[in-house]
Design a protein around this ligand. Structure first.
Ligand SMILES: C[S@@+](CC[C@H](N)C(=O)[O-])C[C@H]1O[C@@H](n2cnc3c(N)ncnc32)[C@H](O)[C@@H]1O
Length: 589
C-alpha cells in the first residue's frame, strides 16, 4: 500500500459524529450535552438518517472537507440486471438484506454452541464475511453506472471481458494522481520547515478531557503535524523529546479522532509507517462503493432477477480467489468454510455445474443461507456439509475482520488480543487441513510438498506484501509438486484402512418423502438433527485425535456417556413431540 492519495489530497477528512464523542464522554462519566435529533440527522451527510452509525460526516467549522471519492472497488455481477432509472426520481435506499444468506436471513448463531464449548469457534468468526454483501452496518454506497451521475465522470460498464482494460485504466489514473501528489508533497516540505509543537502540555486529566471534547479540526491538524515530525524526526522534533512520546501522542489522537480501541489502533500503527497508517485509517472512513444501480426502485435482494437466481453480488475479495483457482469442468473441489456461498456458487458457475463441490460450513445458521443461495442460483453440483473443518482434513478461512472496517465500524472497538492470536491459528490449521485433504486421506501430520504458484490474475496490484520480514499473498494458490514419499504411502494405507473402518457410515440413507418438505426445519434440504450431528461430531473428533497420534478413547468417559444417552433419549422424545410424532430426517447427501 503506497501513501494514499486520499491522505494527501483530501485535506482534513470529515469529522466523526457528535454521537461518537457523546458515547466516549458517557464512558468517562462526563456530562453529555443532548444532541438534538435534527442535528443528529444532519450529521449523516445531510441525508435522512439511515442505518449509518458513526461514519464521519459533519463539516468542520462550516468548511467542506473536500474529500475525494475513492475509486470504486469493482464488484462482480454475473448477468441479467438491466439498469433503468429516471433522472428525477430520488434514489431509494439500498437494502441488501437478502444477499448475505440468500433466503432472507434472520437466523441466530446459537447452533454453534457445541463448537464453542470445545474452544473451537467463537461467534464473531462468523460475522466477518466480506465476500457477499449484506445489509448489516450498511452505509450509503455510491453507485456506479448511475444515469444521474455526471457523464464526464461515468465509468465504463464492468464486464468479465473488459476487467483487465478497466483495471489498467484505473492504474494509469492512479499513477498520474500519485505523481501530482508527490510534487505537491515536495512543495509542502519546502514550505513547512517550522518545528510544530504537538506534544501535549497539562495534566493527564486535562489531556483526557481534551480528547473527549476535542476540536476535531485541531485534532486532525495535530495528527498531521505529529506524522510530519515522525517522518523527519531529526529536523522537526522538539529538543529533549523522544520518538516514543510522539508515537504515544499519535496513538491517543487516532483513537479519539477515528473511534478505535487503543489495542487495534496500536496494532495498525505498528503495521504501517505512520503516514501510511493514517491513509489506512482514512480509507476505512470511506464507504465502499457498489457498482450496480437499483432496478426499478427494487432493492438488490428483491428484484425478480435476483430471486430467479440471475445474479449474486460479490466483492473482489470473493471472486478473485475463484479466478485464481481456475477450476475446470468435472473437477472435485472442497470449500471448507463456504457459507454464505459466494465462492461456492461462483466456482459452480465456472465449472458449468459439472464435477462436484463439497461446500462445508460448521455454522448451521450460515449453512441455511448457503443452501438458499445454492438453490436460488440453480447450482446442481454442490454437496453441502456441516462440520468444523478443524476436525477433518478452504482456504477462505474465518478472518479477524479487520479488513472490513469500512463496512462494519464495530470492528474498530470489538477486536482483542485473543482474536489476533486464535484466529490466525485457526486459519493456519485450516490451511494445513486443506493441504492434507488434497491427498484424500489423513497423512499423520505429514505436510505434502506444496509451492506457491502464480494466481495468473492479469490485473490489480501487489498491495500489502511484507511486514517485519514476512511476506504475504492476498490470494495464495498452492500446487502440490511431489508425490507422497513411499514410507508415508505405506503408513497412509494402514492409517486409511483403520480410519475407514471407523468412518464409513453404512446406515441406509433415509428418504424424506414421508415428511412434507415444509415441515422440515431446513426446507427441502432436510433440516438438522442435533442428536445425529452429535454423533458425527464425536466421530470427527476421534478421527482428528487419531491423526494427531492421540488415543480417541480419552474422549469416552463412562459417566458422561451414560448421561449423553439419557440426554439423547430426551432430545429424541422432544423432537418427536415437536414434529407430530415423526422424527425429522436429514439428507445424507
Ligand atoms: C468469510 S466467511 C466465508 C465466506 C465464503 N467462503 C463465501 O465466499 O461466501 C468465513 C466462514 O468460516 C466459517 N468457519 C469458522 N470457523 C470454521 C472452521 N473451524 N471450519 C470451517 N469453517 C469455519 C464461518 O462459519 C464462516 O461462514
Amino acid at each position: 500500500m503506497g501513501t494514499g492519495n486520499r491522505f494527501k489530497h483530501q485535506g482534513i477528512p470529515e469529522a466523526l459524529s457528535e454521537a461518537h464523542f457523546a458515547k466516549l464522554k458517557r464512558k468517562a462519566g462526563l456530562p453529555v450535552d443532548d444532541v438534538p435529533e435534527t442535528k443528529k440527522r444532519k450529521a449523516q451527510n445531510g441525508k435522512p438518517s439511515s442505518k449509518t452509525t458513526n461514519k464521519a460526516t459533519t463539516k468542520l467549522n462550516g468548511k467542506s472537507n473536500g474529500t475525494k471519492a475513492a475509486k470504486p472497488i469493482p464488484s462482480q455481477i454475473s448477468k441479467g440486471v438491466k439498469s433503468k432509472s429516471k433522472k428525477s426520481k430520488p434514489e431509494p435506499e439500498l437494502d441488501l438484506e437478502d444477499i448475505s444468506d440468500g433466503i432472507g436471513g434472520g437466523f441466530s448463531d446459537e447452533d454453534m454452541s457445541s463448537l464453542d464449548e470445545e474452544g473451537g469457534l467463537a461467534d464473531d468468526f462468523l460475522g466477518s464475511d466480506d465476500s457477499v454483501y449484506d445489509s448489516e452496518g450498511e452505509v450509503e454506497r455510491k453507485a456506479m453506472f448511475s444515469e444521474d451521475e455526471d457523464d464526464s465522470d461515468a465509468e465504463e460498464k464492468l464486464t468479465a471481458a473488459n476487467i483487465v482494460g478497466l483495471s489498467r485504466k484505473l492504474d494509469e489514473e492512479r499513477a498520474e494522481e500519485e505523481a501530482a501528489d508527490q510534487a505537491e508533497l515536495q512543495e509542502n516540505l519546502q514550505t513547512n520547515i517550522d518545528v510544530p509543537h504537538v506534544l501535549e502540555d497539562g495534566t493527564e486529566e486535562q489531556q483526557s478531557k481534551l480528547l473527549l471534547t476535542p476540536d476535531l479540526q485541531l485534532l486532525r491538524q495535530r495528527i498531521s503535524d505529529t506524522i510530519r515530525v515522525l517522518d523527519d524526526f531529526a529536523n522537526l522534533s522538539e529538543p529533549g523529546t523522544s520518538r516514543s512520546e510522539y508515537t504515544a501522542q499519535l496513538l491517543k489522537d487516532i483513537c479519539a479522532y477515528y473511534g478505535y480501541s487503543e489495542f487495534l489502533a496500536e496494532k495498525l500503527l505498528n503495521l504501517f509507517p505512520p503516514r501510511e497508517a493514517l491513509a489506512f485509517f482514512d480509507a476505512n472512513e470511506t464507504p465502499r462503493p457498489i457498482v450496480i444501480r437499483l432496478v426499478n426502485g427494487l432493492s438488490l435482494g428483491a428484484t425478480p432477477e435476483y430471486l430467479a437466481g440471475h445474479y449474486i453480488l460479490q466483492a473482489a475479495s470473493s471472486f478473485l480467489p475463484c479466478m485464481a483457482l481456475a477450476p475446470q469442468e468435472g473437477e472435485r473441489i472442497l470449500d471448507m468454510a463456504s457459507a454464505p456461498g459466494g465462492k461456492t456458487t461462483y466456482l459452480a458457475a465456472l465449472m458449468k455445474n459439472t464435477g462436484c463441490i463439497f461446500a462445508n460450513d460448521p455454522s448451521k445458521t450460515r449453512s441455511r443461507g448457503l443452501i438458499g443461495n445454492v438453490h436460488r442460483l440453480g447450482v446442481r453440483n454442490v454437496i453441502v456439509c456441516n462440520y468444523d473443518a478443524l476436525t477433518f482434513h478452504a482456504i477462505d478461512a474465518p478472518c479477524t475482520g479487520t479488513g472490513v472496517i469500512a463496512k462494519d465500524p464495530s470492528v474498530k472497538t470489538n477486536k482483542t488480543e485473543k482474536d489476533f492470536i486464535t484466529i490466525p491459528h485457526t486459519q493456519k490449521q485450516l490451511l494445513l487441513g486443506a493441504i492434507d485433504s488434497v491427498n484424500h486421506a489423513g497423512t499423520g501430520g505429514y505436510i505434502p510438498n506444496v509451492r506457491l504458484v502464480s494466481t495468473d490474475i492479469p490485473f490489480g496490484k501487489e498491495g500489502f506484501t511484507a511486514y517485519q520480514g514476512k511476506t504475504f499473498d492476498f490470494v495464495a494458490k498452492f500446487q502440490k509438486i511431489g508425490p507422497t514419499p513411499a514410507n508415508l504411502v505405506k503408513d497412509k494405507v494402514e492409517y486409511t484402512s483403520r480410519v475407514q473402518e471407523e468412518v464409513i457410515d453404512k446406515t441406509p440413507i433415509v428418504g424424506d418423502e414421508k415428511v412434507p418438505s415444509q415441515e422440515l426445519e431446513g426446507g427441502d434440504f432436510g433440516g438438522f438433527d442435533d442428536e445425529e450431528d452429535a454423533e458425527y461430531i464425536q466421530r470427527s473428533k476421534r478421527n482428528a485425535m487419531r491423526k494427531r497420534g492421540l488415543d480417541p478413547k480419552a474422549l469416552e468417559k463412562p459417566k458422561a456417556q451414560g448421561k449423553a444417552k439419557s440426554d439423547s433419549a430426551q432430545v429424541k422424545a422432544k423432537a418427536k413431540a415437536a414434529n407430530g410424532g415423526k422424527l425429522k430426517t436429514k439428507s445424507k447427501a
